[in-house]
Write a protein that binds this ligand. Sequence first.
Ligand code: 2AM
Ligand code: CA
Length: 256
Amino acid sequence: MDRFNVAVDVVQNAGDLLRQCRLEDAEICQKTSHQDLVTRWDRKIEQLLRNEILTAFPQDSIVGEEYPPEAHRTGSVTWYIDPIDGTTNFINQHQNYAISVGCWEGSTPLFGLVLDVERETLYWAKRGGGAWQNQTQIHTSGRRELSELLLTTPGLQYTFLEPHPYQERMIRLSRKVRGVRCLGSVALELCEVAAGRADLFVTMRSSPWDHNAARIILEEADGAIFAVDGGELPLNQKSAVLALNTADLKKQILSI
Ligand code: 2AM
Ligand code: CA
């Protein structure tokens, strides 16, 4: 099996486990605060993904949220994996969370998978092959007027309430767009832009495992993704992120 098929299999199996699991309170831990949580299931699912991927492709590297990278990987392929993107939603809602797997050869995208676990919806893209929601091809919206755009952001307080260099600009932007939505998952919100149900996305906090799968899907859907200052989004560092239904909107959004 090639990497893509291995990835689809393991992501679907992991989704089946999460859909059936019943989370106990004792399985929830704080990482840095009461707003930054991890569960036994985040760890268990990341272990499952790592084991399956490394058994099939032992030279590949894995960058995941819950475990440090393993040493001595010689290949040029890196997998960015988040076992549960939207852990708070997983805990409180048991919906609106995703498994995110992005596969890159150096800085070249190979494919991205984002499984909306509870909706059993797989967003996926291979480089050059368009973007897909299950068997249906998806595309970003054609909206270009600021007053018609829906802005999605996963952390309302970090985007609008906590002080940061873009805070005033974000508040101005929120007044100019048609509405603001918050789903609570970087990967799922980027897929909302890819599918044309949202038009732009901003987050002040995102890690490579949060966005490196969905960015492939978004770009294959003709969207564009940047660091929040409009520069290139780094592959291997945490970053604030700006994503758009088209690169043509970038100048206008950055000038607000
Ligand atoms: P996570 O669920 O994998 O932690 C909403 O908080 C979104 O922002 C989620 O996609 C979450 O990913 C992501 N996120 C990124 N950095 C975060 C952080 N430091 N604390 C909490 N959520 C973070
Ligand atoms: Ca996570």
